[in-house]
Design a protein around this ligand. Structure first.
Ligand code: ASP
Length: 593
């Protein structure tokens, strides 16, 4: 037997009992005639006491040979500790060891297995098994497991059915590149790994499954960032006979359940905001509404006063940073402006107006605007003495995007983005299509299966090019603290409308039929109205824990180059594999013959 208890279980009530424990050596403290070892496993840490009298000299000597991360098994008596440790649940007791066995030795680990490790990211990823022994990593993986369980409990408890869909599929265009897998049995042909189970879940609705969900891996060959991985997990859902309203309510219910059971938090009803409003108030379709500093447009007030920069601009828009007038010297403003001028954001300049605490007004455009004019600006922002306006101008969409970055940065600097506060928001009524100047064509804002709003169907079927730009979709995102947690839509379930959408997106009839004939075919056999949503599961884990890195919640994540540095993947394959998969020209030619 390896253990009677785990390393987190023993308390005062066990004093006097003989127990057996197994685990890893966390620390060794040697006082000569006495020695202590902290023994660790997933459940906690228990202090072991080796002393000459009880444990015998030989045993003490043997115990002396262990080092950090050795795996040992001990038997001994639970005794009360003379100096207690109230920081750990087992801190009142220790084990007086009478038997001891080394189950496996360990090399000295390349970094410390402590809550704060001295190991850098790459090192910890290479030795991920050691990293996982650390509390913060272990706890995150356990959080994830519980979040999945609570998701299943809630969804299955409300009549959803969990159904698996295939990983070897045909590519669905969802905006990213596919990972492809060569088919040995079908020379020269490839599967794609799913970017999402989108078409399958729609087919399940045609199949009458009514409420589907799946906690599922998705694969997208995109450039990586802290909150992106080439393979990631979604809570993927679809429902039949539903309106947008039904879906928002259902998944608001799921989200509330998860916050309640995981964080013991009661959430109020989620506010909703349409896309246009989000863009004009925050310059983002995923606004962080934990703090204000909303956009105020000054275009009318600012133009026509002889300041050429504003006069030439399509839009003049700014934010009011409360209490910041005295916090920013000219030098600080210059630095902030330089930060905004980096290529990632790319403003040309930035205007500031300081409403000093003593009531005086100082701006970087004093030459063009007198005090009375600046006062009308301040009034528009509802600014108070002590506040500072930061103003940008230029082409509308671009300027809003830039100001969004500034607002978020100011929110960070001013400590307004508190990670223990959660502010969900439904963003609704997204445009159906997005015109792309570069490729001179429409892109689906969500994906090609998204339905226009009922009121827009007629215009979509019969309208002209300009009309298409204004079509609205029954598409929605769930945003929490400025992070897109989920997104979905009501789907097209009618063949003619789906054909029209593919056409608008630049598919020829043949391409549409070739790629999605199966779906449009299914629509001809009694497809019910349906819609759904997918939550980014890794992201939900990280946001609920107040961090941005989804990697921490993935047992074996990839690095920024998309590599798994532990198993060293991706890797080369053997020549025979090339041949077998018809990837080499010689093999491919043979098949063609
Ligand atoms: N398949 C979509 C996505 O992955 C979600 C949805 O529309 O349900 O973003």
């Amino acid at each position: 037997m390896y253990r009677t208890h785990n390393c987190g279980a023993l308390r005062m009530e066990h004093v006097g009992q003989e127990v057996t424990l197994s685990g890893w050596v966390q620390t060794v403290r040697d006082k000569g005639f006495m020695m202590w070892i902290d023994l660790r496993d997933r459940y906690g840490v228990t202090q072991l006491l080796f002393n000459e009298e009880v444990s015998s000299k030989e045993l003490l000597e043997a115990a002396r040979s262990v080092g950090r991360e050795f795996v040992i098994k001990i038997t001994g008596k639970v005794i009360e500790r003379s100096s207690k440790n109230d920081k750990i649940p087992t801190g009142n007791i220790e084990i007086e060891v009478s038997q001891f066995e080394i189950l496996n030795a360990s090399q000295t680990p390349p970094f410390t297995i402590e809550d704060e490790s001295d190991g850098g990211d790459d090192l910890r990823m290479k030795y991920r098994y050691l990293d996982i022994r650390r509390n913060p990593v272990k706890e995150k993986l356990m959080f994830r497991s519980k979040l999945a369980l609570e998701t299943r409990k809630h969804l299955i408890g409300t009549d959803f059915v969990e159904i698996e869909t295939p990983f070897l599929i045909k590519s669905t265009p969802e905006g990213a590149r596919d990972f492809v897998v060569p088919s040995r049995m079908n020379p020269g042909q490839f599967y794609a790994l799913p970017q999402s189970p989108q078409t399958f879940k729609q087919i399940l609705m045609v199949g009458g499954m009514d409420k589907y969900f799946q906690i599922v891996k998705c694969f997208r060959d995109e450039d990586l960032r802290a909150d992106r991985q080439p393979e990631f997990t979604q809570i993927d859902c679809e429902m039949a006979f539903v309106t947008q309203e039904d879906i928002l309510n259902t998944f608001e219910g799921l989200t509330k359940h998860l916050f309640k059971t995981m964080l013991d938090m009661d959430m109020e009803d989620f506010p909703r905001m349409d896309y246009d409003e989000a863009m004009s108030r925050y310059g983002s379709d995923k606004p962080d509404i934990r703090f204000g500093m909303e956009f105020v447009e000054l275009t009318e007030e600012a133009k026509g006063k002889g300041f050429p920069v504003f006069d030439d601009a399509e839009m003049v828009v700014g934010i009011c940073a409360p209490g910041q007038a005295s916090e920013y010297s000219n030098k600080d403003i210059k630095k902030l402006t330089e930060w905004m001028q980096r290529p990632q954001i790319g403003v040309k300049g930035m205007i500031n107006v300081k409403y000093n605490a003593d009531g005086t007004i100082k701006s970087s455009v004093d030459k063009f605007y007198d005090e009375a004019q600046l006062k009308t600006w301040l009034a528009k922002f509802d600014a108070k003495p002590g506040d500072m306006l930061l103003i940008l101008c230029g082409e509308t969409d671009k300027t809003r995007k830039q100001l969004n970055e500034l607002r978020l940065e100011m929110g960070n600097r001013m400590g307004l983005r508190d990670n223990s506060v959660f502010k969900p928001l439904w963003v609704v009524d997204f445009p159906l299509l997005e015109w792309d100047e570069d490729s001179n064509r429409f892109h689906a804002m969500h994906h090609p299966f998204t339905s226009p709003k009922k009121a827009d169907v007629e215009r979509m079927l019969n309208g002209d090019h300009e009309t298409m730009k204004a079509l609205r979709a029954d598409a929605y995102d769930l945003v929490i603290n400025g992070v897109e947690i989920g997104g979905g839509s009501i789907r097209i379930h009618d063949r003619a409308l789906q054909e029209k959408n593919f056409k608008l997106l630049g598919f020829t009839d043949e391409e549409a039929e070739d790629q999605f004939g199966f779906l449009m075919g299914a629509f001809e056999y009694g497809a019910p109205p349906h819609g759904g949503i997918a939550f980014g599961f890794d992201r939900l884990c990280s946001v609920m824990n107040g961090t941005h890195s989804i990697r921490d919640f993935i047992a074996f994540p990839k690095n920024n180059q998309g590599r798994d540095v532990m198993i060293d993947a991706p890797s080369k394959i053997h020549d025979e594999q090339y041949d077998e998969l018809y990837l080499k020209s010689t093999a491919a030619e043979k098949v063609v013959e």
